[in-house]
Design a protein around this ligand. Structure first.
Ligand SMILES: Cc1cc2nc3c(=O)[nH]c(=O)nc-3n(C[C@H](O)[C@H](O)[C@H](O)COP(=O)(O)OP(=O)(O)OC[C@H]3O[C@@H](n4cnc5c(N)ncnc54)[C@H](O)[C@@H]3O)c2cc1C
Length: 439
């Protein structure tokens, strides 16, 4: 089995960081990416500027690998867009990894070789089989000694419906609903929203980004109306920690969104859980909440209420996932938004990410399940630890090499119904392991 590759699923920031870590550990990784190039997910939000600076977006092992190729490291204090992240880092990294990265290779299933989920016999000693499909429909099976699934959650956004399932009428209104931050620099997209009544649903950083962008549009096209719909009962700490945020750009985004609301450009509707969308004869929408409230004459909806992991193609593996978050059970309590609003994560690695299925790991955005606070740095530390564990270096796997920036809004629950002081001391009061700076 030792001659088989460690298969990494996804050539996003975390999958490629995993490959770089594995190379340093002497493994032969094989990264399978369904897109045509590295960072295919990131490239879909090209226009969004990250709130993390370059110094937090280049994985340590990846940086070392790239420097050997003469790569020019971007200014650590500058803030890239998604496009910059993909072009100046992810694609050069994939090139440096060479034929260890394969494109047009969508993973559609993973299993233990010759065994479905039920069979115990010889399970831990057997290799994995990765089921791969290309765009032309051709299929392939690849044997692997271990799997790191870093396939993200980008392709499975949460619906508008307040119960986590599509609202009545949501499916038939998809021509009027976007589940991503609109790129208003694109003239076609700009025309779609200019002078319209736009509802933005959601309370995370993507929703704040959309509100700031749309309020800029409203200044140019004054007929534009923006309604901001939140499920939570009050705006509370939605704007984040502002100047207290240890990631200054993340704090500044909240302050800009807050200023847009204060200036009267945005109508805020709290405690609204969408149950149905109705369409009138002119094609305009009405959003109806579970409590019977109505938001009428809506032209466009931008739903930004988070993502969820696609676990369908992992059905033959024995995963141990938290019933609330769909994240590994030992990780979930550290990131549960019912308790933690900080965006702070307690240091974790291979141990917290392990499953009953030996040598299988979820990493990156997907490892967080439905928790909204994932940062790339967390994923880089996860895969450093996983590579160490696979190499049998348990000491390095359990050592913590990460310090996370706090949002400055610790002490309240991050979910919609909770008053700000409901979980007083929640995340900040929890004991933290000693932390070191990511180097
Ligand atoms: C708009 C936005 C802004 C963000 N800003 C920040 C920020 O400022 N700072 C920060 O730290 N984090 C930020 N994040 C969070 C996070 O760092 C990014 O989402 C990051 O891209 C997650 O990396 P990943 O590798 O886990 O997943 P992804 O980037 O989603 O990569 C997954 C890859 O897997 C591929 N894939 C998916 N399914 C399959 C399959 N079945 N088979 C093969 N390949 C597959 C995809 O095509 C993709 O290339 C942001 C996220 C978003 C959406």
């Amino acid at each position: 089995m030792n001659e088989l590759p460690v298969v990494v699923i996804g050539a996003g920031p975390v999958g490629l960081a995993a490959a770089a870590e594995l190379v340093e550990r002497g493994f032969e990784p094989l990264v399978l990416e369904r897109g045509a190039e590295a960072g295919a997910g990131v490239a879909e939000w090209n226009h969004v500027r990250l709130f993390s600076a370059w110094s937090e977006l280049v994985a340590p092992a990846a940086g070392r690998l790239l420097e050997d190729t003469g790569w020019a490291r971007p200014d650590g204090d500058a803030y890239p867009t998604g496009s910059d992240w993909a072009e100046r880092y992810l694609r050069p990294l994939a090139t440096a990894l060479g034929d260890r990265v394969r494109f047009d290779a969508e993973v559609v299933g993973v299993a233990r070789r010759g065994r479905d989920r039920v069979v115990d016999s010889g399970r831990d000693e057997e290799s994995f089989t990765v089921h791969v499909r290309a765009v032309d429909g051709s299929e392939e099976r690849i044997a692997a000694r271990a799997i790191i699934d870093a396939s993200g959650t980008w392709s499975t956004p949460n619906p508008l419906g307040g119960e986590g399932l599509p609202a009545v009428g949501e499916r038939s209104a998809v021509d009027r609903i976007a589940y991503r931050v609109p790129d208003l620099a694109d003239p076609v997209v700009r025309t779609r929203y200019a002078g319209r009544h736009v509802v933005v649903a959601g309370s995370g950083h993507s929703a704040l980004t959309a509100l700031v962008a749309l309020s800029g549009l409203a200044k140019d096209a004054p007929d534009t109306r923006i309604s901001w719909v939140l499920r939570r009962g009050s705006v509370g700490n939605t704007f984040g920690g502002g100047d207290a945020d240890q990631l200054p750009a993340r704090g500044a985004l909240g302050l800009r969104a807050q200023a847009a609301v204060k200036s009267g450009l945005i109508t805020v509707v709290t405690g609204f859980r969408t149950e149905a969308l109705e369409r009138d004869d002119a094609g305009r929408l009405t959003l109806v909440s579970a409590a019977g409230q109505r938001i009428e004459q809506v032209d466009e909806v931008v739903t930004l209420s988070g993502f969820r992991p696609d676990l369908t193609w992992l059905s033959e593996l024995r995963l141990e996932l938290d019933p609330t978050l769909q994240a590994p059970v030992a990780l979930a309590p550290l990131i549960d938004p019912n308790v933690h609003s900080c965006g702070t994560v307690y240091p974790h690695g291979a141990q917290e990410l392990a499953h009953p299925e030996k040598n299988f790991y979820l990493a990156g955005m997907k490892s967080y399940g439905r928790a909204p606070t994932f940062l790339a740095m967390t994923g880089y530390e996860q895969v450093r630890s996983i590579a160490a564990e696979l190499a049998g270096d348990h000491e390095a796997a359990t050592r913590v090499e990460l310090r996370m920036a706090e949002t400055g809004v610790c002490g309240g629950a991050g979910l919609f119904d909770e008053p700000d002081d409901a979980a007083a001391g929640g995340c900040c009061a929890a004991p933290k392991a000693e932390v070191l700076t990511l180097s």
